[in-house]
Structures are given as C-alpha cells and as structure tokens.
Design a protein around this ligand. Sequence first.
Ligand code: SAH
Length: 333
Amino acid sequence: MTKKEMIDALNLEDFSPIYHEADRIRKEVKGDDVFVRSIIEFSNYCKRECKYCGLNCHNQHVKRYRMPLDEIVETAAQAIAAGYRTIVLQSGEDPYFNNDNAKRLGEVVSAIRALPTNFDPEPDGSQPILDITMSTGELPYEALAHLRECGATRYLLRHETSDPDLYAFLHPCGTLAERIQCLRNIKKLGYATGSGFMVGLPGQSLESIANDVILLETLECDMAGIGPFISSPDTPLQGYPNGSTELTKRAVALCRIHRPELNLPVTTALGVLNPEERKDAFSCGANVIMKKVTPTKYKEAYQIYPSKIEETRIIEDRQALDALIRSLGRRPI
Ligand code: SAH
C-alpha cells in the first residue's frame, strides 16, 4: 500500500473489507498461534519527561518503587511455571538499574537466564528457549550490548510518533533521531526488535499514522506495539481526549497488510479503554497478547496511564487467557 492508500483506508466509512484482508494475511503468514507474553514492571523510577506518561519524572504523585532482584527473579520463575515462554522486563529509565552500562539490569537478566525451564519441544523436536524481552527505554550501545551478552533476546522501544515536531513537543528530553538511532543499535546487536507508536496523540494526523506504519518497515522491525493514547492525570496532557480504539485497530490492520511477518500485540491500552475490544483486536491481524505478572502491591504505582488494578494471580490469569484464546479458535503459545 502506498501512503496515500493508507490514509484513504484510515478514512473509510466501512473498514471491514480491510479487517478481513488483515485477518486472512495473519492466518496465512502467522497461523492461528497467539503468543502470550508475561510482563514484569520492575521499577517505576524514570529520569525522562515524556508528557503523556504518568511515570514521567515531574509527577510528584507517584510512589516510586524498585523490585528487589530476588523478587524479580522469583516472579519470572512463577511466570515460567505458569507456562510463559517470554518474560518482558519493563521499567522507566532508572539510573539505579542502568548504572555503569546497565550493570544491575544485566544481573537481573543473567539471573533470569539461569532459571530452569521445562518447555515442551517444538514440532521439529528442538527445545524452545526462554525469551527475555527488554522494555527499559533508551540505553547507550555498550549497555545494549551488555544486556544482549547477559541473555536478553528481544527489545521493545516504540518510536512513539514518526512526526519529528510532535515527537519534540511530547519529549522535552530527547529527539526522534536519538530514538531511531537506539532502535538501529538494537537491531544491529541481533535483538528481535520491536517498535510501535501511539494513536490519537494531540495534533497527530492520519498522514502521520501512515508514516508510522512506513517507519516500521524502514526500521526492519520484528514486532510493533500500537496503542491508543490515554490521557493520564498529573501529566501535561491531562484532560486531552483519548485516542480512538477503532483508529488504533485500523492502524494494526494496516501494519499486518503492509508487513505480514510482524508480531503484533493486542496492546494492553486497547483493553483498558474497552475490554471487549481485546477479543476484537485479534480479528484485525494481531497475534500476540501481553499479561502483567507484576506483584499486586506494585500495580497501583505503575500507572503509565490510568487503568483498573486487578489482583495478579499468575497461574489462574494464564489459564483464563488460554481459555479465552481457545474460545476464539486460536492456539495459545
Ligand atoms: N520506559 C520504557 C517503557 C515505556 S512504557 C520506554 O521508554 O520504552 C511502554 C509504552 O507505553 C511507551 O512506549 C508508550 O508508547 C506507552 N505509553 C506511555 N504513556 C502512555 C499513555 N498515556 N497512553 C498510552 N500509551 C502510553
């Protein structure tokens, strides 16, 4: 699809033929598997000033926490026991963990890498390995390289918006060029690389969303997280309207058509706005879902955007998610 075709599609009265095409391509290229990833939000300390994010360093209302190493590793062990093959480690940009080219973060990754796993063999007989996915913000090349050596296999770093002016407005402490350079470093180091963007940011145009889809291709991404902007209290964007879930799903569908091989999650933010949308989101071409395994006591404090706090029950949550996925005729992995 050309950029013009994408913009026209985003504008359509009836998008259903494009959803069907996205779902058809998903089935053909990715099959019926749905990858279920666990996510541990291990620190909400952040040195950055992202205007949309509830954890930005100026927000004095946040109770800051860091999970101790043992507790992070124990949580990961429980997630593995519950059947997860991927641990996503997410945090703010926390100088404590990022010290000395991410030395402490590297200890977390190494300790998780050393955990025993007992996954069923793949159909071809090979033994799956645990994926450790970093979602810890921009880091210098040496730190990224160190984490890779410690055993991290994937990295999520959304470009957030491909519009350099909008990016600059939203991020008083960084540039789009720096973010993109970091993504290139991640790719170069052999991580499975995930970018992505928000939909419905103040001042964002449909052309800019089409450019976001195109940028994923330029960056040679393996995965892309796309979610609606959700206005957070106590941030400079408090009171701005939330992004549209419909437009978000349209963007996911365009990504599936434009880049059939991508792993595309049903983003958590989509479910926050409308839990029913989660089921629907799979039908627009998504093939991944993430589930928080963060201990309940930290959840209140990890509010990137406002969302309902649910008690974490790692095993039961996973079973419920598997059942939901099966009820949709898909296979949880
Ligand atoms: N510090 C890490 C993790 C950020 S949280 C990093 O910089 O990569 C993961 C994603 O949540 C962000 O990349 C952003 O796209 C999204 N996010 C943050 N605030 C949001 C909000 N108010 N509404 C919707 N999504 C938001």
